[in-house]
Structures are given as structure tokens and as C-alpha cells.
Design a protein around this ligand. Sequence first.
Ligand code: CO8
Length: 258
Amino acid sequence: MAFETLIVDVEDHVGLIRLNRPEALNALNFQLLEELGEALAEMEASPRVRAVIVTGSEKAFAAGADVKDMAPKGFVEMFTEDRFTPETEAILSCRKPIIAAVAGYCLGGGCELAMMCDFIIAADTAKFGQPEINLGIIPGMGGTQRLTRVVGKSKAMEMCLTGRFMDAAEAERAGLVSRVVPARDLMRDARETAGKIAEKSPLTARAVKEAVNRSYETTLREGLLFERRLFHALFASEDKAEGMAAFAEKRSPQFRGR
Ligand code: CO8
């Protein structure tokens, strides 16, 4: 399917989605979020895709929700339309691993989108922030919730109250990003990382994603039980038999997602 606000490509089992509204530093409008949901649904359905990268441009992953779209709106319109919620649900319901490859500005809804992905690889040019307070609003797609869970109350509170940006090094120290790489290497690194995931069993990768995400939603006791059930269940898979046989035979496993 052709998209107006995205450039989409699949290569070697890795789906690449590039946000593409350069005139607005990839600001998220409804069309972009809707297309992103559709692109992810296509990748979810495609057996060719085993891992997904979401990225932006060198200057901006995304500079937030589109302020020009939001400016004329009032409470009743935002509350009744609430067109963003179904679209973010579409992103969250993707069961394949999603890497956010972030360079440049990653602000407001952009930072919230990156945090909806499974992990973030940052270029050394990345700048993260929740500057909504400067517009007289607060984050509305999870910024106060996900950022707090990830970096802790003190830093999340400071970021949301002052609107200051965090550079890539600070974001790595705070645990917001998994790694920082030189900007010129970002896409190569993200592709290599996605490629490594694509070599694993897609069944097992889904189980990892479900189990790690569960840790955000539940108590430790329930999370451990959930993990153990998935762990046991994977012993019924062909990929478990293949993985362990390959280890014994000193060869690379050929996983088929069964
Ligand atoms: N929305 C719309 N347009 C934008 C946005 C944005 N968020 N960010 C940048 N642009 C546009 C600019 O208006 C400009 O357009 P034009 O050339 O037509 O004037 C173009 O992109 C380039 O931007 P700048 O000239 O400002 O570039 P600079 O390099 O000088 O500055 C900044 C870059 C610092 C990123 C600056 O553009 C900026 O501060 N942008 C706004 C950042 C921001 O406030 N983000 C938060 C937005 S609110 C939000 O995300 C809420 C999410 C929750 C939604 C939930 C709904 C239910």
C-alpha cells in the first residue's frame, strides 16, 4: 500500500517504516498515525517480516503531535473525537518486535511514540523531551506514564515540568534508550540489530515481547507466573526442538516459527 506520510520497505525479513513529513519535522497528525497503524498491521500480517524499525529523519524522529492541527481545537472536540487513541492502540497491538531508531528531535508525541516501541536505539544527535508544558498542555499519549516507569519519578517530573531536552548520553544513562551510536551508523546498526532478531524464532520473539511488556502491567508474582507459563509452552514448539538440536550438533538453528 502507498502512504503519503511514510516511506515503507521490507528487506531481509526486516520492515522499515520511515516517518516522512519533513516540512513539519515529522509532527504526528492523524493521517500519519493512521498510516502508521496500517503499515504496522501489514507488517504484522506479512510472514516476510520478523522485526520492524520505525525511524524518522536525521533532523527529527518526530517533533511531537502537530501543534498547528491542535491549535484551533477545544476540549469537546479533543474529547469526543479522540482520534489518537485507536491509532496508538494499533501500534501497541503489533506483536512483532519494533525498534525505534531515533536521530534528532524526539519530542512530545514523538518521544511517546518511541516509548511505545519495544526499544530505542539513539543516534548521538538525539534529543528527547516532553515540552508540552510550554504549550499549556501535558503529554497525552503516555509521556507522564511511560517516561516515569522508564526513567523514574524525579527525572520524568523534571522533564515534564520544565520541558527541557535530554541528550542521547543522558537518555542512555537513564535507561530510556538501549544504546547510543554515531549518527552516521544509526540505520546500519538498527538494521543489524533487527536482522539479529529476525534470525531468531519469531514464535519465541513474540513470547519475549509479551513477557517483558507484562512486567509493566502487573505484579512481580503474576509476571513471574506469566513468564513461567510461556517458558513451559515453548517446550511444545518445533523451534525449541530445532534450537536445542542445533546446539548439540554445533550448527546454526533454522527457525520456522512453529
Ligand atoms: N507541530 C507542527 N509543526 C511543527 C512541529 C510540531 N510539533 N514541530 C516543528 N514544526 C514545524 C515548524 O512549525 C516549522 O514549520 P514552518 O517552517 O512552516 O514554520 C518546521 O516544522 C521546522 O521547525 P522549526 O523552524 O521550529 O525548527 P527549529 O530547528 O528552529 O526548532 C524544534 C526545532 C525545537 C523541535 C521546534 O520546532 C519545536 O519546538 N517544535 C515543537 C515541539 C513541541 O512542542 N512538541 C510537543 C507538541 S504537543 C504533543 O506532542 C502532545 C502529544 C499528545 C497528543 C495526544 C492526543 C490525544
